[in-house]
Design a binder for this molecule. Structure first.
Ligand code: PLP
Length: 413
């Protein structure tokens, strides 16, 4: 058995981990062309330009929806998708137990209440059982995050929604190009919300977002919401309802349009890495690629590796340090357990004293049940998080497999 690098042995990998190269000359040229056109009297803003409109049409085509509408961020996309639903204040919205706060804060900003559905211990996404356990007469919508690029169990979720007459917003921020039952995420629920910020599979410059839908009324509402309630496609002559300014710019769109042409390739290259690794470690007892629904093909924003500490003589932290010492960028966990956030624990949204909107809906202060997600905590504990991207090649997968094998052999229980 070879000596672990953490104990002074030779690391499996001494080459640096591949860097993520996000853009090439196509994005640069697209920006330069926009600049030249603007210099000659063109527009930076969608009102005078053509690029946001084109990007929206192409985005909808890529996802497989009738419409898409550009946003300034993923948070703006979730907010506009929710705004489009015109939910009554106090409506409970089933939210993901592990997610970015950009998927939760819009719920409260709309005067609604996030109620967190638990995960299964094998997956960080909300589970159908977790959703059912949190439904009440006040539930109006579900925002299901496809965390790490792994689609939620959409058949079951859509069945619950139909049964209870609920809207479903798919949060696709981490799942560009992921599919479920052959459909691209964002085309299964009533609405999809994408983040196009700089860390995502595809980007619209530094920030950006997109809402997708097949429903014409929801499309117009999302577009109106993202532009101060302007009466697009309406006979009313003035702003229709409360909204904000979440418009995408032409600069975002020219970058995003090029990036969109790469979306499926980016997802496929990430899959090639993960499935190679999965094959290579199929016989290991302590480590495996995480569970994902059979009908899904995840897009792997990051990779979750299941760790079975009962098969090891060491704890998780030691295993992670040993893998890192072998030259593999392994992290302890994802850690974004939504319900742990200070603002949710303190119900701190509007003002310094008020606990609005929670105190209006649950004046007795009893809302611990809405934050209770024990399986999500277990899922976070049971998995390690690995940064993977489309530039991770076959050799990186082979090195990762070798490092996991070496650590398992050294600490085998
Ligand atoms: C699942 C999820 N939803 C929403 C967001 C918010 O997106 P943005 O940062 O573009 O506002 C993120 C951001 O990482 C996210 O991961």
């Amino acid at each position: 058995m070879s000596k672990l690098a953490i104990d002074g042995g030779t690391p499996v990998r001494t080459d640096p981990w591949p860097a993520r190269l996000q853009i090439d000359d196509r994005e640069i040229n697209a920006v330069m062309e926009l600049m030249q056109a603007t210099k000659a009297g063109g527009a930076f803003d969608r009102y005078g330009g053509v690029h946001v409109d084109e990007y929206e049409v192409k985005f909808a085509e890529a996802v497989g929806t009738r419409w898409a509408t550009g946003m300034s961020a993923g948070t703006a996309a979730v907010h506009s998708a929710l705004g489009a639903l015109r939910l009554e204040p106090g409506t409970e919205v089933i939210s993901s137990p592990i997610t970015d706060q950009g998927a939760v804060m819009p719920v409260v900003a709309q005067g609604c209440i996030p109620v967190f559905a638990d995960a299964s211990p094998e997956c960080m996404n909300m589970s159908p059982e977790g959703i059912r356990a949190k439904l009440t007469d006040r539930t109006g919508a579900i925002i299901c995050g496809h965390i790490a690029g792994i689609p939620c169990e959409m058949d079951e979720i859509m069945a619950i929604a139909k049964e209870r007459d609920l809207f479903v917003i798919e949060d696709c921020a981490q799942a560009h190009g992921a599919t479920y039952g052959g459909k691209v995420v964002g085309s299964i629920g009533h609405l999809g919300a994408y983040s196009l910020m700089s860390g995502k599979h595809t980007v619209a410059g530094g920030q950006g977002g997109m809402v997708t839908t097949d429903d014409e009324e929801l499309y117009w509402n999302a577009k109106r919401f993202a532009d101060r309630g302007k009466p697009f496609n309406s006979e009313v002559g003035s702003n229709l309802f409360l909204g904000l300014n979440y418009r995408m710019t032409e600069l975002d769109a020219v970058i995003g349009k090029v990036q969109l042409t790469k979306m499926m390739d980016i997802a496929d290259r990430r899959r090639a890495f993960v499935y190679k690794l999965k094959d290579e470690i199929a016989d290991l007892q302590a480590f495996s690629v995480c569970w994902y629904p059979e009908k899904s093909d995840p897009a792997w924003w990051f990779l979750l590796i299941r760790i079975h500490v009962d098969k090891l003589t060491c704890d998780k932290a030691t295993a992670v340090q040993a893998i890192q010492a072998e030259g593999i960028p392994m992290g302890m966990n994802y850690g974004a357990i939504a319900t742990k956030a200070h603002w949710l624990q303190e119900r701190s949204a509007f003002g310094r004293q008020s606990q609005f909107p929670w105190d209006c809906v649950w004046p007795d202060g009893d809302w611990e049940w809405a934050l209770d997600v024990p399986n999500a905590w277990a899922a976070d504990e049971n998995h390690m998080r690995m940064g993977v991207h489309e530039c991770c090649d076959e050799q990186s997968a082979l090195d990762t497999a070798e490092a996991l094998r070496k650590v398992e052999e050294a600490y085998r229980a």
